[in-house]
Design a protein around this ligand. Sequence first.
Ligand code: PMP
Ligand code: GLN
Length: 380
Amino acid sequence: GHPGLTTFGTTVFTEMTALAQQHDAVNLGQGFPDSDGPPEMLEAACRAIRGGVNQYPPGPGLPVLREAIAEHQSRFYGLRVDPGSEVQVTVGATEAIASTILALVRPGDEVVVLEPYYDSYAATIALAGGVRRTSVLRFPDFAVDEASLRAAFSERTSVVLLNSPHNPTGRVLSRADLELVAELAREHDAWLVCDEVYEHLTFDGVEHVPVATLPGMSDRTITISSAGKTFSATGWKVGWLTGPAEAVAAVRQVKQFTTFAHSGPFQVGVATALALPTDRYAELASTLQSRRDLLVDGLRCAGLEVSVPAGTYFAVADVAPLGGVDATDFCRRMPAELGVAGVPMSAFHDDPEAARSLVRFAFCKQEDVLREAARRLAGR
Ligand code: PMP
Ligand code: GLN
């Protein structure tokens, strides 16, 4: 295999979904919704297929989608981005992350990330020959630790790869957290790459603040998002990034030779979805908030301590009371023994001590599915 990737093995999502299927368990592991997104979006993609949008789209993405992305940034955040030079459509947020890191990180450069981190970050940084430097968020409040964050920066820092709302903790970084990261990025003349795929999935009135809206940050920030999360279409793999033309041009150079172009009809569907009225975005968040409450109650009834997430569709619980002192081992047994699948937090950590008996559960599922999972976990 690739020398940078030998330690990574099979992703935890693949492993846990396979176990869930094998044991007919309720799959709260890999995060994907069990219902479809907006019907207008589905219909627009079908029409595009029937209408012959079936050959290579332009590498940067279909103009109709790039314009819809620019309008979205303006409507929700007051950000002005040029659809021609400052928007790039990607194969999900995953390609946006990979192509940005490959474009901006030179061998030996350091990349600062909050730990736990989404699993593709470490592998992608390794592919680029970069070195990750982490600052740990700790259960149950997952607060940003200023001292360790400062210590993660050095004269070799070239990129900060941030994620808010944050998978797997469900934490939404506050404006103060973001200002601290922004200040450190400016001090070290680093790019700030912010994975904001859960931008519309926040609860209890908590607001997502895009880093690019902070003073002095738009010209060093690359913002990443994905239709997979906002419109419950993870299988479409339509994502995007926005940022300064210089960075987008560097990403385009990489993308030319990795995937070149992709998913024309799905891009049409996503352009339609992005243009939906604001209350349609809010509907998904409020549905998810009730599902979060259902899962959190269920986990508590099973005797677990839970960190209540302000965003994303994940909640982290301590499974020690169920005998899960080592969550990695516990998650391998849980589908067969309890009929529920989750993801051990160790998959997102360098530090096994910080991950200990913690498991991430997804709640982007129908209410009866969540109730069944709660019943099984409580041994009823
Ligand atoms: N970043 C984060 C934080 C995610 O949670 C995910 C999806 N699990 C991705 C990126 C990947 O998004 P996509 O499926 O659009 O590639
Ligand atoms: N993003 C989803 C999660 O965190 C799944 C990603 C994947 O399967 N690679 O669960």
